[in-house]
Design a protein around this ligand. Sequence first.
Ligand SMILES: [Zn+2]
Length: 111
Amino acid sequence: MTTIKASCPTCGEVELTSEDVTLMVCSHASQSYYTFDCPKCADEVRKPADDHVVSLLMSGGVRAEVWELPAEALETHAGPALTYDDLLDFALQLNSADDLAAVAAQVTAPH
Ligand SMILES: [Zn+2]
């Protein structure tokens, strides 16, 4: 069985087998990563996997799982971020409003 050398941020270089490593290949290559439980400290280590790392791991017998990046993760958001006050107002509104859709329509309607 192929020995795979990887590094743990705490323990330094550790030796793994292909069974120990999970390779998650993303539809957006920059989001691909591999993960393993460190054999010394038992921490879960997660690292980005570029094309080179993906082919190295696969040639070492690691099975790749493919995952899709949710479209929402790529959305750009304009406007200010929500504050704690916004969240509290929303929670209060949830308690008092029977028709939230009507309230939301008032807020988003152009003035
Ligand atoms: Zn470790």
